[in-house]
Design a protein. Structure first.
Lengths: 299, 288, 252
């Protein structure tokens, strides 16, 4: 704790006070920054909030030239890609978490795979997008031709796949931890009753870590919602609602990335910022719920 | 009696097989999950290695159609923008981290921690919007400085958290020993506590740098990018990440080549930073 | 006549509303080794932490009454100045991990920005380490970090660090509880020798240690000073029933 004493008449007194004041001030600055961020987003969304109201979220036409701003296509795109990514990524993330949290907790195998997963998290989004453009897109095109679908190559499915790869490390890092922290005595009790490892994992470990695993998925979802660069490069960038997983689309984040610097007119810019506000709120809510679950879990 | 015995044995054998198959599935899934990394690194390396040469590192990009050209301005830009954001984020982050490690129960500490958690989860494109409104608009134009501020905001939570966690691990008796010697609190923190935790703090800083060096979204409407070589941080500036984005999505083959080279450069820098952080973590560790 | 280096009058200490020390009155004479004893929770550690004003570092910790060090009112002094006159050694050895043995000994000077030339530094380091019976073991490795020593050696280093400030009084807070018997014995021997130059207050829950090392004892119970007398008297002919019970092992 910061001590509660004061000094008398000494050069030390001033320095001590200055130090403590700096610490407190810095904490206040952190809080102020956050509040300021929220208010900036809110205030700058007013023009479009006033002009478009709630219709913003269920109007499906986004046509800046005609001054029409309906964000439904992007809302759909965002939700579709994020949940699809989660769907693809979850079985793998749980498998890797079991691998690292139960089967290979220590040793060279554990270290190698841990490092690989960490590296996956370290690759910048734009490089994922770049690689996706030149490697994933041709593959998806071939599949689309086989399936008799328009061979865009880019689209919802492609960006979902790259998203799935990108969010994997985030859910793994948390899930692995909670799985490895299951008390030994619980597992040993099950083994002593004759259970196989598979049964211990599925009947003891997973139920025990349910909420931790869920929190991990939640955090991964939060990440997916806000991911911008890779998605922008692989989603096709159309303004219409995607009709299926093979059609191109757009997410809120990618629309902002593509159109913000050229947006003219108050309502146009404000509409983009309103989407930013939406992303901020959703990401924050998911983040806080996830962290609350973690807190309750580690208590 | 014999029948039920063999029934049980059959069941056990079945469970054992299931057990083995499960482990196989887990291992297979894990290996599949790591394949993308190998593919990506391999591909970048193969494409990028041919692009990197002296010209690449020291020349400016040439107009479309002309051969040659390099990414010198982007390289310098990345480093400069990063430098300024470090200057902003590191002191502020460490100070807030010290505060949070010392104050655990006060209300301000609670709200501060909440603010840091929320800040950590904000999508980086939103940070770009914020800085656009806070700095680019008032300044009247794009600038490397605004890009640095955006990156600093993104770096802040991880620096704060790693500082807080590092200092929290230090034993309380260390502080008491210094205070009992008659050393004032501020000196105790600055000359004993922070130096003892330096390796952990440094590791956190290096890792947050490696995370931010590849960021593109927050720079899109702050630093914006530029085809020129400039070291004026109040003008728009290019960065490796911006260049990769712009060239990769262009239709020109030689620009794609430059982008591959830039990607490889970026990955190398990230790898080196990660290795440095691991070295700092193990070699510099202070025993107590 | 022995002179009282520490005079405690009507002294009380609180954690919030909890009354930890109740109206303590005690005179500590120079060049004595005082054992401060009592069952867990009796306030003995709080008592010595009030002497060098470490108690008040905990929020909601307050005191009332008077403590005088050589006639000066402790609670009116600058705490930083006070702590340079009273040395403390803690239960767990805590040499500063980033400093060498040499720097650890004179840490009090270094951290307070007191400038000394090389000769003065060397002198203080050697004298303090000799007084702490550690010099012979570390004289050739003074540049090494303090944390590479054994537990007992680290503790003697902490003693040297406290002694280097030339304190008027040395407070030992269960300084040997975390050490092995051999190191404990070495430090007990040390305390014996230090008596000639310093006044030592040692909190201990080890009755045999108190009997071995101290010549005066103060017995605390539930925040009150029950009895304070020569160690021999306390152990063979205590005046109070509670003291008797403690000596005979009725309490922890």
């Amino acid at each position: 704790m910061i001590p509660a004493i004061t000094f008398k008449n000494n050069g030390i007194n001033f320095k001590e006070k200055a130090f403590k004041k700096t610490l407190t001030l810095s904490a206040i600055v952190a809080v102020i920054i956050l509040i300021a961020i929220f208010f900036t987003l809110l205030v700058n969304s007013f023009p479009s909030l006033k002009a478009l109201g709630a219709g913003f979220f269920y109007d499906k036409t986004w046509d800046p030239v005609a001054d029409e701003y309906g964000a439904l296509p992007f809302l759909v795109g965002t939700l579709l890609t994020s949940f699809l990514a989660l769907l693809i990524s979850t079985p793998f993330s749980i498998a890797v978490s079991i691998f690292l949290g139960e089967y290979y907790k220590k040793g060279i195998v554990a270290e190698t795979f841990k490092n690989v997963i960490d590296l996956l998290a370290g690759i910048p989004s734009v490089i994922y997008g770049f690689w996706g453009l030149f490697v994933l897109v041709p593959i998806v095109r071939i599949i689309e031709i086989k399936l008799n679908v328009p061979p865009y190559g880019v689209g919802i499915i492609t960006s979902s796949i790259i998203l799935a790869i990108m969010i994997l490390p985030f859910s793994v890092s948390l899930s692995r931890q909670v799985i490895s922290m299951v008390p030994d005595h619980l597992k040993e009790a099950a083994y002593s009753l004759g259970a196989t490892r598979f049964e211990v994992i599925t009947k003891i470990i997973i139920p025990y870590t349910k909420s931790g695993l869920f929190a991990g998925l939640l955090l991964a979802l939060g990440r997916a919602l806000g991911e911008t660069m890779a998605v922008t490069m692989l989603i096709g960038n159309t303004h219409s609602i995607p009709t299926g997983i093979f059609s191109p689309g757009n997410t809120m984040a990618s629309v902002i990335a593509n159109e913000f610097s050229e947006a003219t007119g108050k309502i146009y810019t404000s509409a983009l910022i309103e989407m930013g506000l939406f992303l901020f709120v959703v990401a924050t809510v998911i983040n806080i719920i996830g962290k609350q679950i973690i807190k309750r879990f580690t208590l | 009696m014999n029948d039920s015995k063999s029934e049980i044995e059959k069941q056990i054998a079945h469970r054992n097989r299931k057990n083995k198959r499960f482990k196989g599935v887990i291992i297979a899934a894990t290996i599949i999950s790591t394949l993308p990394l190998l593919f990506i690194l391999f591909y970048i390396f193969r494409q990028g290695i041919s692009a990197i040469n002296w010209q690449f590192l020291t020349h400016l990009p040439k107009p479309v159609g002309e051969a040659g050209g390099g990414v010198s301005n982007a390289l310098v830009g990345s480093i400069l923008i990063l430098l300024v954001s470090c200057i902003i984020a590191i002191p502020v982050g460490i100070v807030i981290g010290i505060y949070l490690s010392e104050e655990t129960k006060s209300r301000l500490a609670y709200y501060c921690r909440l603010a840091v958690d929320v800040l950590q989860g904000i999508p980086s494109i939103v940070i770009g919007i914020i800085i656009y409104e806070w700095i680019v608009r008032p300044m009247g134009g794009f600038s490397a400085f605004s890009g640095s501020v955006a990156l600093a905001l993104i770096m802040l939570p991880s620096i704060i958290k790693s500082t807080e966690e590092t200092l929290k691990l230090l034993p309380e008796s260390l502080k008491e020993a210094s205070l009992a010697l008659g050393v004032p609190y501020y000196k105790t923190m600055l000359k004993i506590i922070v130096p003892t935790g330096l390796s952990g703090i440094l590791t956190g800083v290096i890792l947050s740098i490696s995370r931010v060096i590849g960021e593109t979204a927050p720079l899109l409407f702050t630093a914006f990018g530029s085809p020129f070589m400039t070291t004026d941080i109040f003008k728009p500036m290019s960065s490796l990440s911006l260049i990769i984005f712009n060239y990769a999505t262009s239709p020109y083959e030689d620009w794609h080549q430059l982008a591959w080279g830039a990607s490889m450069l970026l990955i190398l820098m990230i790898l080196i930073l990660n290795i440095i952080s691991k070295i700092v973590q193990s070699k510099w560790k202070v025993q107590f | 006549m022995e002179s009282a280096i520490l005079k405690v009058r009507n002294f009380s200490a609180f954690f919030g509303k909890s009354h930890i020390l109740k109206n303590i009155n005690l005179d500590i004479d120079k060049n004595n080794v005082w054992a401060i004893m009592g069952p867990s929770g009796c306030g003995k550690t709080t008592f010595i932490r009030c002497i060098n004003r470490m108690h008040e570092l905990t929020p909601n910790a307050t005191t009332s009454g008077s403590m005088q060090l050589n006639g000066e009112e402790i609670y009116e002094m600058n705490p930083v100045m006070l702590r340079r006159k009273v040395g403390m050694v803690f239960q767990r050895p805590n040499p500063f991990p980033t400093m060498s043995i040499y720097d650890n000994v004179i840490a009090g000077y270094i951290l307070n920005g007191i400038k000394l030339n090389k000769q003065q530094k060397d002198e203080i380091v050697e004298t303090s380490l000799r007084r702490a019976a550690l010099w012979m073991e570390v004289r050739n490795t003074l540049h090494k970090k303090g944390t590479f020593l054994s537990g007992g050696q680290q503790q003697r280093l902490c003693i040297a660090r406290a002694l280097s400030m030339n304190p008027e009084m040395l407070l030992l807070d269960e300084a040997t509880s975390a050490l092995d018997p051999v190191s404990t014995a070495k430090i007990e021997e040390l305390i014996h020798e230090l008596k000639a130059q310093y006044t030592i207050l040692m909190v201990t829950h080890n009755m045999q240690q108190a009997a071995r090392v101290s010549n005066k004892t103060a017995f605390f119970y539930l925040g009150e000073l029950v009895e304070a007398d020569n160690t021999k008297t306390i152990f063979t002919n205590p005046k109070h029933e509670k003291t008797q019970d403690y000596i005979r092992g009725h309490f922890g």
